[in-house]
Design a protein around this ligand. Structure first.
Ligand SMILES: C[S@@+](CC[C@H](N)C(=O)[O-])C[C@H]1O[C@@H](n2cnc3c(N)ncnc32)[C@H](O)[C@@H]1O
Length: 236
């Protein structure tokens, strides 16, 4: 469902500008420098929605530099306002952009963790390439992750979860963790619940989760459109 256009969206976003990162120039060789740090773990969330996970993760990992990417600017308005009015979030920046531009923002081997939470399933036949766990996007994440870095993916959608396991196998990656019932698994400690996760689990839907560690020296060929990125206006 599309979000209703936020009244005064631009002004509201501007009022939270300390939480917004707009990238210009060459890809970041040291993303921690955005936070004035020489060295710190760098986390990236893609499809951050209203920001509940990002804000929760920032207080759980105060030492980390956390980037939360979301392509719908009206979602970022709510997320950034939550960060501003909520807990200590000095280690959080939202990026209003699409995952298609990741290679323009971050240099290879600069991220410690990548989080995908309840990504859009694009269930219809013919739309597989749009899924954020399609091998096209996996090639980007596993380029940007450092050796030993971790991709973590949660979804309620069994079809998307199975598809993701198949895509990982196709590119030669084996998850270190797989659960089809996260909330009744040994992996609940430190699990920050997202807005979608709270909603689905309150309806009794199981949450699927997997984690993949990037093997040393692992590389995949990145499709040209994702390697070069594409400049699109974020959806309002
Ligand atoms: C189903 S919502 C989940 C939101 C949140 N992660 C949660 O779990 O509550 C998926 C979010 O991903 C965003 N999104 C989808 N495709 C994206 C892309 N290519 N780049 C950045 N964000 C994207 C959507 O705008 C939406 O806010």
């Amino acid at each position: 469902m599309r979000m209703r256009k936020k009244k005064h969206g631009e002004e509201r976003l501007d009022a939270c500008r300390e939480y917004i990162y707009t990238h210009e120039g060459e890809p970041l060789e040291n993303p921690a420098s955005v936070f004035g740090k020489a060295d710190a773990p760098v986390f990236l969330e893609i499809g951050a929605g209203k920001g509940g996970f990002a804000v929760g993760m920032c207080s759980l990992y105060p030492e980390a530099c956390y980037f939360a990417m979301e392509r719908v600017s009206d979602c970022v308005v709510l997320a950034a306002e939550r960060a501003k009015n909520g807990a200590e979030c000095g280690n959080l920046r939202f990026i209003v952009d699409t995952a298609d531009n990741l290679m323009k923002i971050f240099a290879p081997k600069t991220l410690d963790r990548v989080f995908l939470n309840f990504s859009d399933p694009w269930s219809k036949k013919g739309y597989a390439k749009r899924r954020l766990t399609h091998r096209r996007y996996l090639s980007v994440y596993f380029s940007l992750l450092k050796d030993g870095g971790v991709l973590r993916f949660k979804t309620d959608n069994v079809g998307l979860f199975d598809f993701t396991l198949e895509e990982l196998a196709t590119v030669g990656l084996t998850p270190r963790t797989v659960t089809r019932d996260l909330h009744n698994s040994p992996y609940t400690e430190g699990n920050v619940v997202t807005e979608y996760e709270a909603n689905f689990s309150s309806q009794g839907v199981n949450i699927n989760m997997l984690e993949v560690v990037k093997p040393d020296g692992f590389t995949l060929e990145i499709p040209e459109d994702l390697r070069l990125g594409r400049r699109v206006y974020p959806r309002g």
